[in-house]
Design a binder for this molecule. Structure first.
Ligand code: SAH
Ligand code: SF4
Ligand code: F3S
Length: 440
């Protein structure tokens, strides 16, 4: 009863994988480091871009190799790619025994425990929240908390709504209960997760309805929780009550990952993002007004159908205007079944996409490096996560602004260390501890 799990994709998948591990280990399975030693080879997949499919398929080929040598090993494929393929996976990859979508994670136990006869699939989009399962967490002081699943947006490029289904919110009491339990276990930082995390609550019954801002305040008030983050918000749902909650709750990190996707209003319209460049900029101005020293990061897509050099220049100037502390940049990738793939020609030549993303990455890096200098010479609270990855004699943690900091000091993981920042690169700060503030 040994399993091997490989996880691809976003934080939602990382969280779902913790639950898969919790479920399996509750049933007597134990994790092994090599596929060759496993009785169950499990994948939690992503299909957000063509490159995600390719990366996964390379790994699936390795599972096929193992199965050739040991035919009774079980191969199970869960998550977004599996959902996008449904039963087709058994035709195209006959060595796969089990396939299930991201809304069917709670059924994994039943799927692996049954008598092995035929391949079995589970693809409903309204299964139980994976948060109902026990979790095996790697980080003792940090936890993800799922507050909703699915997405009701219709972003023209995006496959997520078709594989994760309609948006469903967990009742606030259930979320807060989980956060209390986590705090009792020693968790100090929680990250609230949803595909469109800040549209939370609209689907709840009237007597249980909460806004995301209400929920954020309730979670921040849980004793023992000293940092709260959330991912990913949609600009259209960043309302004033949420900005106020961020500004007023010291536990809520001074960081926002606010996907812009493009700086051009006409591209944003074609993407069906429902905001213009001006509205996004106005939102950033209101955020910066309310939350001094906010760190802002974003997602940007390059080469969406119809993107002209002028549109791309608008994205470049958005990066400067917003002074991002970081950005994930993606080449547009047509996804089967999405509006953009079905209706719009993928007309930006690949070389042009590559050339544009090169310029964008350079600008993002330069902007982030310049922005990071504002920390040098200042004292900051760092929530300690553990030893530094590159130098185990030093500590690693993050600022409220979500910037990774390596430093010399004696604070314990889960504590806030007072750190004087000595130097900064575009992604990392270094410093030394001056005094430990033990959380109340
Ligand atoms: N639910 C989150 C994350 C969506 S996926 C959100 O809405 O913010 C993460 C990022 O992948 C998106 O923000 C977008 O920038 C990028 N992305 C999604 N589909 C894409 C596609 N077809 N091609 C290129 N990038 C894509
Ligand atoms: Fe995809 Fe848009 Fe929903 Fe994000 S908000 S998951 S980009 S459809
Ligand atoms: Fe990928 Fe699914 Fe997340 S497609 S990005 S794992 S929601």
């Amino acid at each position: 009863m040994r399993y091997h799990l490989t996880t691809f994709g976003c934080q939602m998948n990382d969280h779902d994988s913790e639950r898969m591990k919790g479920l399996l280990e509750g049933q007597g399975w134990s994790e092994v480091a090599e596929r060759d030693d496993a009785d169950l080879i499990l994948f939690n997949t992503c299909t957000i871009r063509g490159s995600a499919d390719e990366r996964f398929l390379g790994n699936l080929g390795d599972a096929k190799r193992v199965k050739r040598h040991r035919p009774d090993v079980l191969v199970a494929v869960g998550g977004c790619w599996a959902q996008s393929q449904k039963e087709g996976v058994f035709r195209d990859f006959p060595f796969v025994d089990i396939a299930f979508g991201p809304a069917e994670i709670t059924r994994l136990g039943e799927l692996v425990a049954r008598e092995r006869l035929d391949a079995v699939g589970a693809f409903s989009l309204d299964g139980a929240f994976s948060s109902t399962l026990p979790a095996v967490r790697e980080r003792p002081h940090q936890a993800w908390v799922q507050i909703s699943t699915g997405c009701n947006c219709v972003c023209a490029y995006c496959i997520v709504p078709s594989v994760r289904g309609r948006e469903r919110s967990r009742p606030a009491w259930d979320v807060v209960d989980e956060v209390r339990r986590l705090a009792d276990e020693g968790v100090r930082e929680v990250t609230l997760l949803g595909q469109n995390v800040n549209s939370y609550g609209r689907d709840l019954p009237r007597d249980e309805r909460r806004t995301f801002a209400d929920l954020l305040r309730e979670v921040a008030a849980v004793a023992g929780i000293i940092r709260v983050r959330y991912s990913s918000p949609h600009p259209k749902d960043m309302r004033d009550d949420l900005i106020a909650a961020m500004a007023q709750c010291p536990e809520v990190g001074a960081h926002l990952h606010l996907p812009a996707q493009s700086g051009s209003t006409s591209v944003l319209r074609a993407m069906r993002r429902t905001y213009s460049r001006e509205r996004y900029l106005d939102l950033v101005a209101r955020l910066r007004d309310a939350i001094p020293d906010l760190s802002l990061t974003t997602d940007l897509i390059v080469g969406f159908p119809g993107e002209t050099e002028h549109d791309f220049a608008q994205t470049m100037s958005l990066v400067e205007a917003c002074a991002y502390d970081g950005a994930y940049t993606f080449l547009y990738s047509p996804r089967p079944g999405t509006e953009a793939a079905e209706r719009l020609p993928d007309d930006v030549p690949h070389d042009t996409k590559r050339e544009r993303i090169g310029r964008l990455v350079d600008l993002v890096q330069a902007t982030a490096a310049a922005r990071a200098q504002r920390f040098v010479g200042t004292e900051r609270e760092v929530l300690v996560e553990g030893p530094s990855r590159t130098d185990p004699t030093r500590l690693r943690g993050r600022l409220s602004q979500n910037i990774t900091t390596n430093f010399t000091g004696a604070a314990a993981p889960g504590q806030l260390a007072q750190v004087l920042i000595d130097a900064a690169t575009s992604t990392t700060l270094t410093g030394h501890e001056v005094e430990v503030a033990v959380p109340a």
